[in-house]
Design a protein around this ligand. Structure first.
Ligand code: NAD
Length: 271
């Protein structure tokens, strides 16, 4: 039991149904519950989030679903109020909610899969802002209102899910890259600022992972073979392989790790 009695909030953790392709947050919810954590799932997909929590409880874990739109500050405040009154503390926060859908210039819709439509000169302000809102604003608000609750305990661990595209450039996801780069730097700011209170803050940088978000990538043979050709290990990750990194950073095994970037990408950006 690597997380015995720890309270963990995982945003974007709804996609954790057994027998289906899991998302990273859903897989982390199941794995952390098996390791003894009290798992709180915050998501906007209420139906799936509730089902995932129910399934975890049915197999002897402890999970509770809470509606949470990570872009909404008031919703964060009420989620943390609920955690303070029911679980009484917060040990671990996983800021995982996200959307990978690139925002295209509407005038280039016909070129949806062409690289041109995704390059800097075609990015719209709305597209950029919608990515920043979910990823950068969502992560900032989660930390802003979660840190005071962690402070009541013995410190804590915050894990922010960025991407390899928060580190290196690519042709296909410009706005997403700006947002994931912000997640990486927000992580380092918080790591430095809260280290004295034993609150560790790290980022995870998944590569190409089979999740509900990336169905188009791994079901379209042309896109799949293009992406796989970029991966030294020669395949996409399963969500569980990313979730194992989250488990490490959540547990006391990583007690000396803060401000770090855990890249789990089958070797893509080692090249
Ligand atoms: N799948 C990949 O290849 C990959 C690679 C790198 C990074 N990531 C990141 O991993 C994270 C998880 O993505 P995933 O691939 O597991 O997809 P996923 O679709 O399974 O998970 C994303 C979850 O976030 C939720 N969500 C979206 N907007 C939200 C909001 N405003 N408030 C609360 N919840 C919201 C969705 O409902 C969904 O449950 C994302 O941050 C994504 O950018 C994924």
């Amino acid at each position: 039991m690597r997380l015995n009695n720890k309270v963990i909030l995982i945003t974007g953790g709804a996609t954790g149904l057994s027998g289906e392709i899991n998302g990273i947050g859903g897989a982390a919810a199941r794995i952390c519950a098996k390791e003894g954590a009290k798992v709180l799932i915050g998501d906007i997909n209420d139906e799936m989030g509730q089902k995932t929590a129910n399934q975890i409880n049915e197999i002897g874990g402890h999970a509770r679903y809470l509606h949470l739109d990570v872009t909404d500050e008031d919703e964060w405040v009420s989620v943390y109020k609920s955690i303070a009154s029911v679980e009484g503390k917060l040990d671990i926060l996983v800021n995982n909610a996200g959307t990978g859908v690139p925002n295209y210039d509407p005038s280039l819709t016909s070129a949806r899969n062409s690289e041109e439509a995704l390059m800097v000169e075609h990015i719209t302000v709305d597209g950029l802002q919608s990515q920043l809102k979910v990823h950068a604003q969502g992560v900032l608000l989660g930390m802003k209102h979660g840190i005071p609750l962690m402070r009541n305990g013995l410190g804590g661990s915050i894990i922010n899910v960025s991407s390899i595209h928060g580190i290196v450039g690519t042709h296909t996801v410009t706005s997403y890259q700006a947002a994931k780069g912000a997640v990486r730097q927000l992580t380092k700011a918080a790591a430095v600022q809260y280290s004295k209170e034993n609150i560790r803050v790290n980022s995870i940088h998944p590569g190409f992972t089979k999740t509900p978000l990336t169905t188009e990538l791994f079901t379209n043979p042309e896109i799949l073979s293009d992406r796989v050709s970029q991966i030294p290990l020669g395949r996409f990750a399963d969500a569980e392989e990313i979730a194992m990194g989250i488990l490490f950073l959540a547990s006391d095994e990583s007690s000396y790790v803060t401000g770090a970037e855990l890249i789990i990408d089958g070797g893509v950006i080692a090249q």
